[in-house]
Design a protein around this ligand. Structure first.
Ligand code: F6R
Length: 242
């Protein structure tokens, strides 16, 4: 594991974006696994800046998002499709056909998961998977459980996940109860994993995830088994590592 702790958010954002742009510069057809949520926003901002300065092009890149809510229209302000358009896709030259997000509105969600898995198979391997971390140790929307699922699947969100994400909705009742998520098998198959964690409220869970016993009750503990894990923490989240 390659762990870095940053004293300010800007340095973390630049480091995260730097890892992604270096990869794409060296490998213009890279396959990127993308996350949503509050954590990667600053990194996407830096990627857009790098693109605007002509330092990187995403023309040949393929992307796969980790997850999407079930039942929110794709153009809903809080869908992960909308998030990606607003924070990244609208501002770079990534061809729309190369940007994949599970369709949480598919009539047949099982078929949609199978289709997403097929697309991932065709892409062979994600070169760099970006991950945030849930307060309960989830990665993607792989929630704590007594067993975990390898491929893309439909998941019921834990109450604490809905509560954490309620900040983006008017009321908690509007937060979807289910999502589609890439499975832990797909995540762990990525060549490199870039885990980003910010904030004092995640200091304990990130420490347990990276140093505690491996358990499906904290899905992120499985990351300890990955041979190329890069971890970027802000000082608050990294408090227990110092
Ligand atoms: C998002 C995702 C989630 C988030 C996690 C942290 O695509 O898969 O695992 O990374 O819930 O969310 P934030 O960054 O909002 O604290």
């Amino acid at each position: 594991m390659n762990l870095h702790i940053f004293q300010n958010q800007q340095e973390l954002n630049e480091a995260g974006a730097g890892i992604i742009t270096s990869l794409v510069q060296m490998q213009p057809k890279a396959v990127l696994g993308l996350a949503t949520g509050g954590t990667p926003v600053g990194i996407y901002e830096e990627l857009v800046k790098a693109y605007n300065k002509g330092r990187v092009s995403f023309k040949g890149v393929t992307t796969f998002n980790l997850d999407e809510y079930v039942g929110l229209p794709a153009d809903h302000s809080e869908s992960y499709r909308t998030y990606m358009q607003q924070h990244l896709f609208n501002h770079i030259d990534l061809p729309a056909a190369q940007a994949h997000i599970p369709n949480g509105n598919a009539v047949d969600l099982e078929a949609e998961c199978a289709h997403y898995n097929e697309l991932l198979e065709e892409a062979k391997q994600i070169d760099l998977q970006i991950l945030g971390l849930g307060h309960n140790g989830h990665i993607g929307f792989n929630e704590p459980d007594d067993s975990l699922v390898s491929g893309t699947h439909r998941v019921e969100l834990k109450e604490e996940t809905r509560e954490a994400n309620a900040r983006y909705f008017n009321t908690i009742d509007e937060v979807p109860t289910h999502a589609l998520t890439m499975g832990v098998g797909t995540i762990l198959k990525a060549k490199t994993i870039l885990l980003i964690v910010r904030g004092a409220d995640k200091a304990e869970i990130v420490h347990r995830a990276l140093t505690g016993p491996i358990t499906t009750e904290i899905p992120a503990t499985l990351l300890q088994t990955h041979p190329h894990l890069v971890v970027l923490l802000d000082a608050e989240a990294g408090r227990l590592f110092e």
